[in-house]
Design a protein around this ligand. Structure first.
Ligand code: HEC
Ligand code: HEC
Ligand code: HEC
Ligand code: HEC
Ligand code: HEC
Ligand code: HEC
Ligand code: HEC
Length: 348
C-alpha cells in the first residue's frame, strides 16, 4: 500500500514536471523574440524576421516557440542552437507528395517558402510565384527551352504561373489582375501589376477594391466591370488575365497534357466559369473577389477602346478569346489571335 502511494507521488511529480517543462524553458513570447529578430540592425539580415509580413500569417497564430521549441530564456546567450520544426510535422499531405518527387532532391520547402511569410495560393500573384522558381531556373534558360515547342514562349511564361503547367491540378481558375503601364527603365516595357499604393491614388479615402466594386458587396458584377472600363479616370488601368490551378499540388511534374494547347485554349466550359478579380492588399498580398459569369464577354462588347489600348496583345481580349472558344461560342471577330487559336483547335 505504502509503496503504491510512493509510486503515485512519483508519477504525479513526473507529470507536473513534464507539463511545466515547456513553460520553464522559455517564457519568451512572440513580441520578445521580435524585439531582437524584428530588427535587422540587431541580429543581421540572416536572422531578421519582417514582423509586418509575419504577423498577418496563419503561422504567426501559433507563436514562435511552437516551431522553435528548444529556445530558452537565456537565448541567445546560452550558446545553444535553436531547433526549428519540420514542415512535414504539420503539412503531411502536401509535404509527402513533394518528398516523393524527383524535385525534392533539388529544392527543400524553405527554398521556395519563407516560413515566416507563408501565404495561400489565392494571396500570391503569378509573378511572385514564378520568382520562387526563377531563383534556380533562370528566365533566359526557361524561355529558350520552352520556345522549342511553345509559340510565344515569353508571353506564356509572363502570363502563366509555372505551376499551372508543372503541377497536376485538373482544372484552373481565371484570375484577373489590375495592371498599369510600367515605367520604361532598363529596357522594361509593358504592364506591371498595380500595387495597393497605385490603386489608393484612384480610390482615395475608400478601400482600393472600390475602384471596381462600387457597391462594396465583395462581388464584381457585369455592370461594375462595364463602369470601370468606361470610366476615363481609370484609362491607365487595364485588366490582365491568367490561369491558376484551382488546387495546390506539389508534384512538380511535367504532364503530357500541358503540351496539348487545348488544355488551356479549348477546355470544357465548366473549368472556365469561375473567375476572380484579384486586388492587392496593403500588406503586399492579394485578395480575390468573384466575378459574374459571362463578365469577360460583356467586357468585349461594352468597351471598344478597352481591348485596343496599349497593344494588340491585350490580356483581356485574349482571355476573352480563349473563353469564347472554350465556351463554344462562334463570334465574328476578325482577330488574328482567335483565328490562329481556332486553326490550332481544328488541327486537333
Ligand atoms: C536578445 C535578443 C534576442 C531575443 C530576445 C531572441 N533572439 Fe533569437 N537570436 C538572437 C541572436 C543574436 C541570434 C544569433 C545567435 C548565434 O548565432 O549564436 C539568434 C538566433 C536565433 C535563431 C537561429 C539559431 C540557429 O541555431 O541558427 C533562432 C531560430 C532564434 N534565434 C529564434 C528565437 C526565438 C523563437 C526567440 C523568442 C522565443 C528569440 N530568438 C529571441 C537574438 C535574440
Ligand atoms: C510555422 C513554424 C515557424 C514559426 C511560427 C516561426 N518559425 Fe522561425 N523558422 C522556422 C523554420 C522551419 C526555420 C528554418 C528555415 C530554414 O531551414 O531555412 C526557421 C528559421 C528561423 C530563424 C533562422 C533564420 C532564418 O530565417 O532562416 C530565425 C531567427 C527564426 N526562425 C525566428 C523566428 C521567430 C522570431 C519567430 C516568431 C516571430 C519564428 N521564427 C516563427 C519555422 C517557424
Ligand atoms: C519548388 C517550389 C516549392 C517547394 C519546394 C515547395 N513549395 Fe509549397 N508552394 C509552392 C508554390 C508556388 C505555392 C503556391 C503559392 C503559395 O501559396 O506560395 C505553394 C503553396 C504551398 C502551400 C499553400 C497551399 C494552399 O492551399 O494555398 C503549402 C501549405 C505549401 N506550399 C507547403 C509546402 C511544404 C510543406 C513544402 C515542403 C515539403 C513545400 N511547400 C515545398 C512552391 C513550392
Ligand atoms: C507547427 C505546425 C506547422 C509547421 C511546423 C509548419 N506549418 Fe505551415 N501551416 C500550419 C497551419 C496550421 C497552417 C494553416 C492551415 C493550413 O494551410 O494547413 C499553415 C499554413 C501554411 C501555408 C499556407 C498559408 C495560408 O495562408 O494559407 C504555407 C505556404 C505553409 N504553411 C508553409 C509551411 C512551410 C514551408 C513550413 C516549413 C518551413 C511550414 N509551413 C511549417 C502549421 C505549420
Ligand atoms: C532551389 C532551386 C530550385 C527551385 C527554387 C526550383 N527548382 Fe526546379 N529544379 C531544380 C534543379 C536543380 C532541377 C534539375 C535540373 C534541371 O532540370 O534544371 C530542377 C528541375 C525542375 C523540373 C524538371 C524536372 C522533371 O522531372 O522534369 C521542373 C519542371 C522544375 N524544376 C520546375 C520548377 C518549378 C515550377 C519551380 C517553382 C515552383 C521550381 N522548379 C523551383 C532546382 C530548383
Ligand atoms: C504552357 C505550359 C508551361 C509553362 C507556363 C511552363 N512550362 Fe516548363 N515545361 C512545360 C512542358 C510541357 C515541358 C516539357 C518540355 C520537354 O520535355 O521538352 C516543360 C519543361 C520544363 C523543364 C525541364 C526542361 C528544361 O527546360 O530544362 C523545366 C526546368 C521547366 N519546364 C521549368 C519551368 C519554369 C521555371 C516555368 C515558369 C517560369 C515553366 N516551366 C513554365 C510546360 C510549361
Ligand atoms: C497552361 C495554359 C496554356 C497552354 C498549355 C498553352 N497556352 Fe497559349 N496562351 C495561354 C495564355 C494565358 C495566353 C496569353 C493570353 C494573353 O495574351 O494574355 C496564351 C497566348 C497564346 C498565344 C498568343 C496570342 C497573342 O495574343 O499573340 C498563342 C499563339 C498561343 N497561346 C498558342 C499556344 C499553343 C500553340 C500552345 C500549345 C503548344 C499553347 N498556346 C499552350 C495559355 C496556354
Amino acid at each position: 500500500m505504502k509503496r503504491n502511494y510512493e509510486l503515485n507521488r512519483l508519477w504525479i511529480a513526473l507529470l507536473v514536471a513534464v507539463f511545466l517543462l515547456p513553460l520553464s524553458v522559455s517564457a519568451m513570447e512572440m513580441d520578445d523574440c521580435l524585439g531582437c529578430h524584428g530588427y535587422a540592425d540587431e541580429v543581421g539580415e540572416e536572422l531578421f524576421i519582417d514582423a509586418d509580413k509575419f504577423t498577418p500569417t496563419v503561422h504567426a497564430e501559433m507563436g514562435c516557440v511552437t516551431c522553435h521549441e528548444s529556445v530558452t530564456d537565456e537565448h541567445p546567450y546560452d550558446g545553444e542552437a535553436v531547433s526549428s520544426a519540420d514542415c512535414l510535422d504539420c503539412h503531411e499531405e502536401l509535404g509527402n507528395q513533394y518528398i516523393a518527387t524527383a524535385h525534392a532532391e533539388n529544392a527543400v520547402c524553405s527554398d521556395c517558402h519563407n516560413p515566416h511569410q507563408v501565404y495561400g495560393i489565392e494571396a500570391v500573384s503569378g509573378p511572385e510565384m514564378n520568382k520562387q522558381c526563377s531563383q534556380c531556373h533562370e528566365d533566359a534558360d526557361v524561355m529558350a527551352s520552352h520556345a522549342e515547342w511553345l509559340p510565344q514562349a515569353s508571353l506564356h511564361i509572363a502570363k502563366l504561373p509555372c505551376i499551372t503547367c508543372h503541377t497536376s491540378a485538373e482544372s484552373y481558375e481565371i484570375i484577373l489582375n489590375i495592371t498599369q503601364k510600367q515605367e520604361k527603365e532598363e529596357g522594361l516595357t509593358g504592364y506591371r501589376f498595380s500595387s495597393y499604393a497605385d490603386l489608393k491614388k484612384y480610390s482615395g479615402e475608400k478601400e482600393v477594391q472600390r475602384v471596381i466594386d462600387i457597391d462594396a458587396d465583395n462581388h464584381i458584377s457585369l455592370a461594375e466591370l462595364r463602369t470601370f472600363n468606361r470610366n476615363p479616370a481609370y484609362s491607365d488601368l487595364h485588366l490582365s488575365g491568367t490561369m491558376v490551378p484551382n488546387e495546390v499540388s506539389h508534384d512538380l511534374s511535367t504532364l503530357d497534357n500541358r503540351y496539348d494547347c487545348t488544355f488551356c485554349h479549348a477546355s470544357g466550359p465548366g473549368s472556365m466559369q469561375t473567375s476572380f478579380l484579384s486586388f492587392p492588399t496593403e500588406g503586399g498580398t492579394y485578395r480575390r473577389m468573384t466575378v459574374d459569369e459571362g463578365a469577360m464577354l460583356d467586357t468585349l462588347y461594352g468597351t471598344p477602346n478597352f481591348y485596343m489600348t496599349g497593344s494588340t496583345r491585350s490580356a483581356a481580349l485574349n482571355i476573352i478569346g480563349l473563353i469564347i472558344i472554350c465556351a463554344g461560342f462562334i463570334m465574328p471577330i476578325g482577330h488574328g489571335t482567335l483565328r490562329f487559336l481556332t486553326r490550332k483547335n481544328r488541327q486537333h
